[in-house]
Design a protein around this ligand. Structure first.
Ligand SMILES: Nc1nc2c(ncn2[C@@H]2O[C@H](COP(=O)(O)OP(=O)(O)OP(=O)(O)O)[C@@H](O)[C@H]2O)c(=O)[nH]1
Ligand SMILES: [Mg+2]
Length: 252
C-alpha cells in the first residue's frame, strides 16, 4: 500500500487531481482507494471510498459546540485524530495498492497544527509521499515562484516525507511559461537571473538569497507540470511516485 497525500493552498486543484489521478491509475489496472480528509468539504468531484465526514463533520461540530466556520473547522480538523485508528482500518480493509488522500482546503490547518503529521504518520502504510500542488498563477513570476517554494519547503520540513512538487493546472499556462518554470529548477542560475530582472532593492536581495538557499539545500528539485483536465503530466507523476516507492523498497 502506497499513500499519496495531496496538499496545497485553497483551490489549488487537490480534489480534482485526486479524481483525475485515480482515473489514470484505475485505467492502468491499479487498485486505488480514494480518501477524503477534508471534514468541511460540501461537494467532491469523486466518490470517496473512505470519508472523514463519516467520523467528523464540520456542520455537526459547528452546531454542537456553537462555533462559526473558522472555529468549527479548526475543531473538526483537531478532532480527526480521535478517529484515526478506525479510519485506517477502513482503508486497509479495501486492500488498495494506491491510496490517494485529498487533504483540507485550508493547508495551514492541516500542515501547521498537530493533526496533519499525526494523520499522515498513522495512515501512511508501508510507504507514502506528499504531492504538493503549486499554484500556476503565482508560479508564473520569479518572486511568486520563490514564495511558492517557501511554502513547499515549509510543508516538507513539517511532514518530513518524500515530497513531489507539481505545477497544477498547467493547461492555464502557455508552453513557454511552463518551460521557463521547469528551467528555473533545472538550472537555478536562470531563476536567479529572472529574479534579478523582476525585483528591485531589498526585495531583490532577499529573493536572490532565498533562491540560492533553495538551490544549495536541495529544495530546487524536479517540478512536474500537470493538468487534471487534459491528464497532461499524470504519467510523469506516476513515474516519480514509483521511483520513491522503489527507492524505499530498496532501502529497507
Ligand atoms: N483549468 C484547470 N482547472 C482546474 C484544474 N484542476 C482543478 N481546476 C479547477 O480549480 C478549481 C478548484 O479545484 P479543486 O479541485 O476543488 O481544488 P482544491 O484544492 O481541492 O480546493 P479546496 O479543497 O477548496 O482547497 C475548480 O474550479 C476546478 O475545476 C486543472 O488541472 N485545470
Ligand atoms: Mg478540495
Amino acid at each position: 500500500m502506497f499513500t499519496c497525500f495531496l496538499v496545497g493552498t485553497a483551490g489549488s486543484g487537490k480534489s480534482t487531481l485526486t479524481q483525475a489521478y485515480a482515473n489514470w491509475l484505475t485505467r492502468n489496472q491499479f487498485n486505488v482507494a480514494l480518501v477524503n480528509l477534508d471534514p468541511g468539504v460540501r461537494r467532491l468531484p469523486y466518490a470517496p471510498d473512505v470519508d472523514i465526514r463519516d467520523y467528523v463533520s464540520l456542520e455537526e461540530v459547528m452546531d454542537k459546540y456553537d462555533l462559526g466556520p473558522n472555529g468549527g473547522l479548526i475543531a473538526s480538523i483537531d478532532m480527526m485524530a480521535n478517529y484515526i485508528g478506525e479510519f485506517k482500518e477502513e482503508i486497509e480493509e479495501l486492500k488498495p495498492t494506491y491510496v490517494l488522500a485529498d487533504t483540507p482546503g485550508q493547508l495551514e490547518l492541516f500542515a501547521f497544527r498537530s493533526t496533519g503529521p499525526l494523520v499522515t504518520t498513522a495512515i501512511s502504510g508501508e510507504s507514502s509521499c506528499l504531492v504538493f500542488l503549486m499554484d500556476p498563477l503565482l508560479s508564473r513570476s520569479p518572486t511568486g515562484f520563490v514564495s511558492m517554494l517557501l511554502l513547499s519547503a515549509s510543508v516538507e520540513y513539517r511532514f518530513n516525507l518524500p515530497q513531489i512538487n507539481v505545477l497544477s493546472k498547467a493547461d492555464t499556462l502557455t508552453e513557454d511559461e511552463i518551460e521557463r518554470i521547469v528551467e528555473w529548477v533545472e538550472d537555478p542560475q536562470t531563476l536567479l537571473n529572472a529574479i534579478d530582472q523582476e525585483a528591485t532593492g531589498i526585495r531583490r536581495e532577499i529573493s536572490i538569497n532565498l533562491g540560492e538557499i533553495f538551490a544549495n539545500a536541495g529544495f530546487l528539485r524536479e517540478i512536474i507540470p500537470l493538468s487534471s483536465l487534459t491528464f497532461y503530466g499524470l504519467d510523469n507523476l506516476y513515474a516519480v511516485v514509483e521511483r520513491i516507492y522503489t527507492d524505499r523498497e530498496g532501502f529497507i
